[in-house]
Design a protein around this ligand. Structure first.
Ligand SMILES: Nc1ncnc2c1ncn2[C@@H]1O[C@H](COP(=O)(O)OP(=O)(O)O)[C@@H](O)[C@H]1O
Ligand SMILES: [Mg+2]
Length: 242
């Protein structure tokens, strides 16, 4: 009979707990489908880091961790992507759990930033700046033939905003599609994020021609006809008439 897969839905690590004798838990940063993410302090140096603990059922034979670690390493020269630092093993309730250590990004999720704006949406020109920053960052990823795989407003951390936006991306995901399709998916997702932060469908009809010419009614084929990758989206934004 096949061995039952050990399942964990919550880690609920208390502040002060030390992981793998190296990382002290400070607080929970977030959690989702794959696992939970904690702000930790590297005991030896006092440096703050992020520890992502994978639920065993989402990480069979460490597949998810290995994918994430290798991908972050491959993208280490892409400034929009968080930096990988290490992986380690711990035991939770007697079950082996792998954790992935990466840099800690101080900032606010794009979803939270949008939620506290008047009307819970951004002004068009501000949204265009977000899209531009995202496209510039993703251009470097697509240029080396890679993709993010799970672009949405909870995976984008805003570090600074002013005239423009500085951001980091977390949570890369393994797409079952070809790399070419995954790069196209990223591009469609960037446009979908632009649509969402502008207030979504409820406000679409009232948007300007310039905005609609980017969103294209969210139709994948129309979007991809105009922008096949982040580079084309970036070039378009930089040369369009507002
Ligand atoms: N490097 C990081 N720095 C700061 N916060 C992070 C970092 N990585 C993740 N987070 C926070 O933790 C949440 C969950 O992490 P994520 O990697 O997206 O995992 P999940 O698979 O659970 O969505 C993110 O939405 C973000 O709020
Ligand atoms: Mg996420």
């Amino acid at each position: 009979m096949a061995k039952a897969i050990a399942k964990i839905d919550h880690f609920n690590l208390a502040a002060g707990r030390v992981l793998a004798r190296k990382y002290e838990v400070i607080s929970l940063l977030g959690g989702g489908w794959e696992g939970e993410v904690y702000l930790v302090r590297e005991v030896a140096t006092g440096i703050e880091r992020t520890a992502k603990l994978f639920f065993p059922q989402r990480n069979l034979r460490d597949k998810a961790v290995k994918f994430y670690a290798k991908k972050l390493h491959k993208l280490r020269h892409c400034p929009i992507v968080i930096q990988y630092s290490a992986q380690d093993q711990i035991t939770v309730k007697g079950i082996p759990v792998t954790l992935l250590i990466s840099e800690y990004v101080e900032g606010e999720l794009l979803s939270q930033f949008v939620a506290r704006q008047p009307g819970k949406r951004l002004q068009p020109y501000q949204a265009l700046h977000v899209l531009h920053a995202l496209a510039c960052g993703m251009e470097a990823v697509h240029r080396i033939g890679e993709y993010h795989g799970d672009l949405h407003t909870d995976n984008i951390i805003l570090q600074r905003y002013g005239l423009g936006f500085d951001m980091k991306l977390v949570d890369l995901f393994q797409s079952p599609s070809s790399k070419r399709t995954a790069i196209q998916d990223d591009t469609v997702e960037m446009v979908r994020i632009f649509h969402e932060i502008l207030g979504g469908q409820k406000h679409y009809a009232k948007q300007s021609r310039a905005v609609k010419d980017i969103i294209n009614g969210q139709k994948r084929s129309l979007i991809l006809k105009k922008f096949r990758s982040a580079a084309q989206l970036r070039e378009y934004i930089e040369t369009m008439q507002w």
